[in-house]
Ligand binder design. Structure first.
Ligand code: MN
Ligand code: MN
Length: 474
């Protein structure tokens, strides 16, 4: 081993040669792809925008994923089903989460290749006792879901999506406001002329959770009495859906932004729309799985629910629903689940924050993910001293470096903001806690959790290529 002072490389290279040999330099993704790939990217993003437009809740994202999967030949998994290599199966977890798999040539004892995204997004849920009339105006009371900046949801056209479960066991699906000629809903705000006190408050204090009440009507029922507007609205809902006020007790209805997904920028290089965190990765996984015909190892695609509220509950990633499905596959081959997990690999496919030049103060530029620099890999997430993260091993990162270089995946290493600025988590730790090697990989997003999130088409496409590379690895 040479001593440090030997300086063996000096004099043999020019400075530029030596820099390119020794320094790590990132390139804008557009400099790394050809015209053919640019067309493929546009094609991919058209499909994604269509899926996103139709999938405004986790239930819709699951239903639409099943429809796409069945068109690709996937069938619902039944316990005891004989599994052959290349078989395509799915399990629907209560209409809110979905697991799909393509059976590999190798045994489950060799582990599975898993990609896990979530299909729930921040939104405004209706309370169970929700409808009230105040000063001859009718409202829904709400309880927001996930991490929102409340002011962003005020004076924004909203549409309603959800399901009402009736006492007789049937479920009524509700969508109001999605079609252009349908009415929208709104949470109103003060006029600036009278907002002196409001404007003096902080952003966090300016709007309260109990103040997020959605205006739903003003025309009274044609008789004298109390709650005339509420009665008129309720009778319309009864006419259209056959529901009464009591039925809201067993309903899940969410208000989401009433705006179509669209291209952003004169060059149309960006995609804007609600719910890209994390349906952008969900769609990438689906498309990658559909491309994977007879993989070496069994490929598994997870579309989880409840990530935005901590991955708890039956449809969240901490639920045993995933283990049950994997155990069923293992048992059909006489393999112990733990043997499968310890050999498995998981891409926790979730979005990262894109560096935003308008808010440079919260990011450490060298370590933030950049728009158009490809799929972002986070070795760890968490907050403060890497609290609450799974932290993928260096060996796993090295594996991805090799894999992505082989498969032409443009990628970048990323961290969520400056140290001690805040932080966040994904489903990664819940996968890693199962003894599955796991790493975060996802699309950088501008305005994450806003009603209108922005991604770059290039990064969306590279997220798909990253999952495809993992699924199709030997
Ligand atoms: Mn997410
Ligand atoms: Mn999120």
């Amino acid at each position: 081993m040479p001593r440090f002072a030997d300086r063996n490389l000096w004099g043999y290279y020019s400075m530029d040669e030596l820099k390119s040999k020794l320094f790590y330099e990132q390139k804008n993704g557009y400099d790394l792809i050809d015209a053919k790939e640019r067309l493929a990217l546009e094609d991919y993003c058209r499909g994604y925008m269509d899926y996103l437009n139709k999938s405004r809740t986790e239930r819709e994202a699951v239903n639409n994923a099943i429809a796409l999967a069945e068109a690709e030949g996937f069938v619902e998994y039944k316990v005891g089903m004989k599994l052959k290599p290349g078989m395509k199966i799915y399990r629907n977890n209560r209409g809110k989460a979905l697991i799909l798999a393509v059976i590999g040539k190798k045994s489950m004892a060799d582990g599975a290749v898993i990609a896990g995204a979530h299909v729930d997004s921040p939104r405004i849920d209706l309370k169970q006792i929700t409808m009230y009339e105040q000063d001859e105006m009718c409202y829904f009371k709400t309880h927001y879901y996930g991490g929102i900046k409340k002011y962003q949801w005020i004076t924004l056209p909203l549409e309603l999506h959800g399901a009402v479960a009736l006492k007789d066991g049937s479920v009524v699906d509700i969508v109001i406001g999605r079609e252009p000629d349908e009415p929208k809903f709104v949470i109103t705000d003060l006029l600036p002329h009278l907002a002196k006190d409001q404007m003096a408050k902080t952003l966090a204090e300016g709007f309260s959770g109990e103040g997020l009440n959605i205006l739903i009507g003003t025309a009274p029922y044609a008789e004298e009495g109390k709650d005339r507007v509420k009665l008129a609205i309720m009778s319309m809902l009864y006419d259209r859906y056959g529901i009464t006020e009591e039925d809201f007790l067993s309903a899940e209805i969410a208000a989401v932004p009433a705006q179509d997904v669209c291209e952003v920028g004169l060059d149309r290089s960006l995609i804007g729309g609600y719910g890209q965190d994390d349906r952008v990765c969900a769609y990438a996984e689906l498309k990658a799985l559909f491309e994977t015909k007879k993989p070496e190892r069994t490929c598994v695609c997870i579309l989880a629910d409840k990530e935005e509220t901590g991955s708890d509950g039956v449809s969240g990633m901490q639920s045993a629903a995933f283990d049950c499905f994997m155990k069923d596959l293992c048992e059909s081959q006489d393999v112990a689940l733990r043997r499968c997990y310890e050999k498995s690999f998981c891409l926790s496919a979730d979005v990262s924050n894109a560096f935003d030049p308008l808010y440079p103060e919260v990011s450490e530029k060298r370590s933030g993910s950049k728009v158009n620099y490809g799929v972002a890999i986070c070795k760890f997430t968490g907050s403060r001293g890497k609290g609450g993260t799974s932290d993928a091993s260096a060996e796993i990162v090295a594996y991805l470096r090799r894999l992505f270089a082989d498969k032409g995946v443009v990628w970048q290493m990323a961290e969520l903001g400056k140290v001690d600025q805040g932080g966040g988590g994904t489903i990664a730790k819940y996968m890693a806690n199962r003894n599955i090697d796991t790493i975060d990989a996802g699309t950088p997003v501008l305005s994450m959790h806003a009603p209108f999130e922005v991604t770059s088409k290039f990064d969306c496409y590279m997220t798909y290529k990253a999952v495809l590379a993992a699924y199709q690895d030997k």
